[in-house]
Design a protein around this ligand. Structure first.
Ligand SMILES: [Zn+2]
Length: 327
């Protein structure tokens, strides 16, 4: 235990009277006696990061090294002390995600490195206010991001490599044409993708597509189209060349869209499966806050992900675990 230890960003520590300390780590709360003040001085020093050797030396006058080591081990086991200084960034998002993933325990230990933030690649396709707001929010949350334009080329296979990659396609309106084009590219490459559009004051987010394992955007599009009463009019109106002016998106809707899409992106990238809405289309009315989620089934004969194309094998380990979970 010679690396530096820090107080976990998920830990809340308070004193109860003179000689008791209450500690909570994401909802789990316990109290400990601290009659001699040993825990307080360990926690004080760990705020800036401390090594066990330095700690035992600093406390040698008052406490035997075995006692200090035992207390530090107990704090590490209780997750009050952790090995990295995640407090420095002032954001506990990634620690919460990691914590939830550990609760899930669906990902084998030897595969965890693949879900590490250093291994992520988020490709953001699209232009406009919504794409800009998303890029800014994701950069704030230190998500490695590469932007490409509307209908842009996906990064080459050697850039994606073994990275945990997600394509996020984003538009200030219901851009069927670009969403379908990007979906076709992503499914062909076996790249997971997510779609976010703003329709006046409503957010349309989804589906989160895992090629061949879940419904893709093309499946969604054809299912929507088949529910339209006037299919011919729908076809004409959804062509980009027939639209003279797009409605101006609501800034409030953009905030809801940024929140929903970044939640899904972070959950997918970090491997946190709890309530991950794959194969789900979400509509959020930003004025009433009402969220409507509908499940989208795969279209067996889908031109992108259906039977007609067998170019790619079905599913990664992650996708298979999702499917098992759904069954
Ligand atoms: Zn499909």
């Amino acid at each position: 235990m010679n690396e530096s230890l820090y107080v976990s960003p998920l830990a809340e520590i308070t004193t109860l009277g003179e000689d008791k300390i209450a500690m909570s780590v994401v909802g789990r709360r316990f109290t400990v006696e601290d009659k001699v003040g040993m825990l307080k001085s360990i926690l004080d020093q760990a705020a800036q990061g401390v090594q066990l050797a330095a700690l035992t030396e600093a406390m040698a006058d008052s406490f035997p090294p075995e006692a200090v080591e035992a207390a530090v081990t107990a704090l590490v086991n209780a997750r009050v002390l952790v090995r990295d200084d995640a407090r420095a960034g002032g954001d506990a998002t990634h620690q919460h995600l990691q914590h939830r993933r550990e609760l899930d325990a669906l990902i084998p230990r030897d595969q965890l490195a693949a879900y590490d933030r250093a291994n992520w690649l988020l490709v953001l396709a699209g232009e406009g206010a919504c794409a800009d707001a998303l890029a800014e929010a994701l950069a704030e949350m230190s998500v490695p991001l590469q932007r490409i334009g509307r209908d842009g080329e996906l990064p080459s296979a050697d850039i994606v490599g073994d990275k945990r990659a997600l394509l996020l396609v984003c538009s200030d309106f219901e851009d069927f044409a670009s969403f379908r084009a990007m979906n076709a590219k992503a499914v062909e490459r076996g790249l997971a993708s997510l779609y976010l559009g703003i329709d006046w004051s409503t957010v349309q987010c989804g589906p989160l597509v895992m090629p061949k394992a879940t419904a893709c955007y093309e499946c969604y599009f054809h299912r929507v189209r088949s529910t339209r009463k006037f299919v011919a009019e729908f076809d004409v109106r959804s062509k980009p060349e027939n639209i003279l002016y797009h409605a101006l998106p609501s800034k409030l809707a953009i905030q809801f869209g940024v929140a929903e899409a970044s939640r899904l992106a972070l959950q997918y990238l970090s491997g946190t499966l709890d309530d991950l809405h794959h194969s789900v289309f979400s509509e959020i009315d930003s004025l009433s806050g009402e969220t409507h989620r509908s499940r989208i089934l795969r279209l067996p004969r889908c031109a992108c992900c259906g039977n007609a194309s067998t170019a790619r094998p079905v599913g990664t380990v992650f996708q298979q675990s999702l499917l098992r979970r759904r069954a």
